[in-house]
Design a protein around this ligand. Sequence first.
Ligand SMILES: Cc1cc2nc3c(=O)[nH]c(=O)nc-3n(C[C@H](O)[C@H](O)[C@H](O)COP(=O)(O)OP(=O)(O)OC[C@H]3O[C@@H](n4cnc5c(N)ncnc54)[C@H](O)[C@@H]3O)c2cc1C
Length: 569
Amino acid sequence: MNNFYHVIIVGGGGAGLRTAIEVARDEKLKVAVVSKVYPTRSHTGAAQGGMNAALGHVAEEDSPEKHAFDTIKGSDFLADQDAVEFMCQNAPEIIYELDRWGVPFSRLPDGRIAQRPFGGASFPRTVFSADRTGHVLLHTLFEQALARENIDFYNEFFLLDLLHDGQRVYGVSLYDIRNGEVVNLWAQAVVLATGGFARVYWQRSTNAVGNTGDGVAVALRNGIPLKDMEFIQFHPTGLAKTGILLSEACRGEGGYLLNALGERFMQRYAPEKMELAPRDLVSRAIEMEIKEGRGVGEGTYAYVYLDLRHLGEEKIKQRLPQVRQLAIDFEGVDPVYDLVPIRPTAHYCMGGIHIENYMTSSTPMEGLYAVGECACVSVHGANRLGGNSLTELMVFGKYCGIAVREYAKYAPMPKVIPSEEKKGQAYVEELLKREGKAKLSEVRRKMGEIMWEKVGIFRDERSLKEAYEELSDLLEQWKSIPVVDKSKVFNTNLLEVMELRNMLELARVVAFCALHRRESRGGHSREDYPYRDDENFLKHTLVRFDGEKLELSYIPVRILKYQPAERKY
Ligand SMILES: Cc1cc2nc3c(=O)[nH]c(=O)nc-3n(C[C@H](O)[C@H](O)[C@H](O)COP(=O)(O)OP(=O)(O)OC[C@H]3O[C@@H](n4cnc5c(N)ncnc54)[C@H](O)[C@@H]3O)c2cc1C
């Protein structure tokens, strides 16, 4: 095994693979792609509804400018407008490229790529492949990456730490899940593409169980600032019992939301856009209906209904086959004939590793880059529009790849840093030796409960303070969770202990940043500060960990054409 690379990419999801393909265009560069799961099992494969690009195939009047405006308005004016314009301008070209690579997009009768309406968008702009868009995208990207001989895959290797000298990154320390060995890889540049962390809401999340924010937590522990961590997206239509996602495509294709009285209640909250208002607004509307007694049942298991019946069997089978199957398998109802019980569920992290330059996706640490859901560019601001994440992965993955390819031409060659060599090994040994009585499953369950109840859709000072204290306490308890399984082969017990630490550290950061943002904006809704406060809070939150405590600072939002205005839908 060669431990020296030009570029290491940690993450084999959409963002990591798109970046890898771009870097590997220079055949002289040796690229490593590291993934804790086999790449095609990354969460990108679970994306259902589609990706946004103003192709104008269904509505000729659409344009990248309109896409940018919708995105900025959807973000509650917290997105950086130059970055949003860059993404929207580049989106159409990215779609045609994927089309040429073989992504089987759904088509219009005349053969052009079809587009469907999505929340917060002024035109049908979302390109899709039935309701399995992420699946076909991920497989096509993997195929393209496999075709390049200068990419080595490290499948089922777990990122333990970054190797650096405080100024520049030199490599990564990995745990080989198959045999329990620790391996250090050294490189000129490292790209983190490790995805989101919405699993911090353990019991109610649409995310894969592996979405534990490992890369984001590793960045935090190594002094790299995170941005806008208080902004979590709750998706309106999670299955009531499990929180499993039913795509926004359900409403895009014409589905309704009904309360227990059979009313299309969105009329009260977004009379114009109705069910296709942005996610933050629809999620709050559902929770208000439940709070005011118009939901079905009470407490944790209350819900409202998604009604797809009027779409008819043929359309449901053709456009929403996976949604139908999920409803049958996990809720025991068939959307062709039945109402589907739904309730909001944690879905996406707008915040992440602070990106300084959106053109390159570079972080404040020399040689370190971040792309995809683990990064905060920021194009989603306080609320992401559905379909904009896949677009983000592809656009910024490509341009990060171009930047890293250039960087590798003049950056110093990789070398071993002796002082960093033992870091990963020491961490694993310490965990395996550890004794204590705390229980992994219990601490994890408590974390999920605290996040849902106190850092959920509605928040206030008291609950956030409590959450911060309780999560700090859980982090202490984590130190006495023993790794019971001492074996070297597929030690999932050890992995889960490491993942739980990452989640706890990030959960606490979310509560901390939410506590200090005393306003309501996008996905962050404070009952004690119900209005957006542009005078004091039109700014990005940066949070750093100095080894002992969390430190906050703020940076301005880059506003170009569009001045903040009240959001009406
Ligand atoms: C159910 C669902 C449906 C969605 N639908 C849509 C949609 O229709 N449209 C849209 O735009 N967005 C959608 N999203 C959001 C979008 O899919 C994600 O934001 C996006 O796919 C994230 O891609 P990524 O490449 O950043 O991360 P991921 O695809 O999550 O990949 C992360 C990678 O990092 C690796 N990794 C993580 N930790 C480690 C570690 N410690 N060591 C080694 N490797 C590690 C993983 O193995 C994986 O390969 C959806 C999300 C969900 C959950």
